[in-house]
Design a protein around this ligand. Structure first.
Ligand SMILES: [Zn+2]
Length: 458
């Protein structure tokens, strides 16, 4: 089964090729509307919204050919398409369910076979709740009257917990999305909480109805099975098995795995407003992971761009003038940098001060001359002291930041650099303007040498 965070897939040739939004008046290509989002967000988002809107008789999307509202349906393979909510033969697009008789019979048979399992699960829920002193007013298939209006429901099991009235529903096989959403709205309006309980769950083989529950419940699924039923009675505490999706970073990319745990109902977060009962806050963690993955991806791109730019100093002799082909590739690099918000000189030859600044700071970073014909870092140091007052202070900080000061000292056999350094303090104090001058392309220098960003004036 595909990762629920991957994009949803539409059927290849939908009968309803386009849908019309009654909200915006815009028409959308059906397949693009579906495939433009993550599977979990489509099922737990747009699909729910469309279903709710139809129930409230304020449809969001209609067929532009006939004006009939459409719902988002899924094939057995979980490929999506739009279907008229009613088919009266007046529309050239025919989306009637084309289940053949054998399929319908098979579904009915499944329904019958499931009902025994349903009974067992219902009993297990009741016995689990009854074992736990935290629950009161436990009742089975008892009529639930809405506080307002005359509407009635009959949840499988109901109970009161910490002052919250909870309806437990265990039947899913023949439950379709519109029914799920309708019940949700009923209990929400009544200030109660609807909790779906499954009798088993296999993350690798999820039915569409299970996905409908999963994604609207913060990607947590609650199961009452033989083991939890036994544990509940042993511990006098309502125990459940919780399956949930756990997003994580894998090699700087978002990934996810399924987890499960046997837990007490008291460990769940109960969210009446969102009609959710969950152990693990998938939404919060997912947002963090998505953000962190994007950040790391950006960092990787930045690092690659820095390497590319530095290569003009370490390999392409930019200080002596780039040859024709290197100049062409420099233009490409400038374009790439611009996409990341970074301004580099188009013609480096005309910006010798920038080229020198990079050469000096990169030499300090690498611990060896970069873009110079010198062989030793100390030669760069003397050059800076003699000819580039504006780079002397940043160079000094760069030696410290990159831990290359010791290289200069080791190369300083005659002690000339040591002697020279003695005078720096006075020299800088005597002409601060020259030593703290703004550097050209300071933004680019800060990007290239983030460790020095506070020391680069611009
Ligand atoms: Zn139509």
């Amino acid at each position: 089964m595909r990762n629920p965070a991957e994009p949803a897939i539409a059927v290849d040739a939908p009968e309803i090729e386009r849908v019309l939004s009654l909200r915006s008046g815009a028409e959308f290509e059906s397949r693009r509307l579906i495939q433009g989002r993550r599977y979990d967000r489509l099922v737990g988002g747009l699909r729910d919204v469309i279903s709710d809107a139809i129930r409230e008789k304020k449809p969001r999307l209609v067929c532009p050919l006939c004006g009939v509202a459409v719902r988002l349906s899924a094939s057995q393979q979980k490929r999506f398409f739009f279907r008229h909510i009613e088919e009266d033969g007046s529309c050239p697009a025919v989306t009637r369910s084309n289940l053949d008789h054998d399929t319908i019979r098979a579904l009915k048979y499944n329904g019958a076979r499931e009902s025994d399992a349903h009974k067992i699960t219902k009993n297990r829920i009741v016995e689990s709740l009854s074992a736990d002193g935290g629950f009161s007013e436990v009742a089975v298939e008892k009529t639930w009257r809405a506080k307002v209006g005359n509407r009635l429901r009959r949840p499988d099991v109901q109970a009161v917990y910490n002052g919250i009235r909870i309806a437990f529903e265990a039947q899913l096989t023949t439950t379709f999305l519109d029914v799920v959403r309708g019940r949700r709205a009923f209990y929400l309006e009544d200030g109660a909480l609807l909790v779906w309980i499954l009798r088993r769950f296999d993350p690798e083989h999820r039915r569409m109805t299970e996905d409908d529950i999963l994604f609207s419940n913060n990607s947590n699924i609650l199961v009452v099975d033989e083991e939890t039923w036994r544990l509940s009675r042993e511990k006098g505490r309502f125990m459940l098995r919780c399956h949930y999706r756990e997003p994580h970073l894998d090699d700087d990319a978002r990934a996810e795995r399924w987890q499960q745990a046997v837990i007490g109902f008291d460990e769940l977060t109960l969210d009446s407003v969102g009609q959710r009962a969950f152990l693990f806050d998938f939404d919060a963690r997912d947002a963090e992971v998505v953000q962190e993955a994007a950040k790391r991806q950006a960092e990787r791109l930045d690092e690659a761009l820095r390497e590319e730019i530095f290569s003009y100093w370490t390999e392409k002799n930019i200080r002596m003038g780039l040859d024709k082909s290197s100049l062409l590739s420099w233009e490409a690099t400038v374009g790439k940098a611009a996409q990341r918000g970074l301004t580099l000189p188009q013609v480096p030859d005309e910006h010798a001060a920038f080229v020198t600044a990079v050469a000096v700071l990169l030499s300090a970073k690498l611990g060896r001359p970069a873009g110079y014909r010198y062989t030793k870092l100390i030669q760069v140091a003397h050059q800076v002291a003699e000819s580039h007052s504006e780079l002397l202070v940043p160079f000094g900080f760069a030696l410290k930041a990159y831990g290359t000061e010791a290289i200069v000292d080791a190369e300083d056999g005659k002690g000339t650099w040591r002697q020279r350094k003695v005078g720096f303090k006075e020299r800088i104090a005597a002409s601060p303007g020259a030593h703290f001058a703004a550097l050209p392309y300071a933004g680019a220098l800060r990007y290239l040498f983030p460790e020095l960003s506070e020391k680069i004036r611009g």
